[in-house]
Design a protein around this ligand. Sequence first.
Ligand code: ADP
Ligand code: MG
Length: 226
Amino acid sequence: MTERFAVENLTKDYGPVVAVDGVDLSIEPGVVHCLAGPNGSGKSTLLGVLLGLVRPTEGRVVRPASDRIGASFQEPAFYDDLTVRENLDVFRALAGDPDIEWVKEVVEVFKLSRVFHRRAGELSGGYSKQLDLTLGLLKSPDFLLLDEPLADLDDVTRESLLEFLEGYAAEGNAVVVSSHRIDALAPVLDRLTVMHEGEIVLDGRREEIDGTETIRRVYREAIAES
Ligand code: ADP
Ligand code: MG
C-alpha cells in the first residue's frame, strides 16, 4: 500500500471558531497512530475532513483511490430497529461479502455474539460502540480511522481492541486512533500527534519519544506549553 492519505495546510472554521488551524498531516501504513489532545482541540474535525465528511475552509485533502477506508465516530451509525445480527448482514453485503473467518474474528474481538439478537437501538453504550467498530472493520480497510474508540469500552474489551489494533497495523494497515486521554494508548502507539486549539503541537515516532512515562510527560508538556 503506497497511496497517500493526507491533509495539507488544512483550516476549518465554524463561524468564529477555528476548529483546525493550518494543519499538515500524513497518515502512514503499518503504525498505530494516536491523535491526542484535550476536548475541543480539533481531533474529530480533522478526522471528518480526512473522511470527506467535513468540508475544509482552506487547504487540501489528498485521499487514496482505494475505497478501503474504515471509520468509527463518537456517534455510532447503524440501524437502530434491526438486531445486531441483521445489522451485520446488511453491512456485510455493503462491504462486498468479506471472508466469513474475518467476520468471525472481528465479532470475537468485540464480543458481539452475546447480543446477536438484541435490537441495536437498545444496546448499552459499550455494546453500541462495539457494534459500530465491528461494522467499520468488516471490509478489512487499508486505512482505519477511529474517533475516541476507547471511551465507552469496559477494560476487557479495551484490551482486546488495543491488541487487535497492534496486530492490524503490523499487517501493514494504517491505524489512526483519536483520544482525549493517552494513558490507555501509550503502550501501543507507534506515533503520537498532539493537537491543541486546532494546531499540531507535537508529532513524533515512539523511537523519538522513548517510553510510556515519557510519552505521558511529553503529552502533558505539549499542551501546557502551547
Ligand atoms: P475534539 O474532537 O478534539 O474534541 P472537535 O473537532 O470536535 O474537537 O471540535 C473543535 C472545535 O470546533 C470545538 O471548539 C468545537 O466546539 C467546534 N466544533 C466542532 N464541530 C462543530 C460544529 N459542527 N459546529 C460548530 N462548532 C463545532
Ligand atoms: Mg472529538
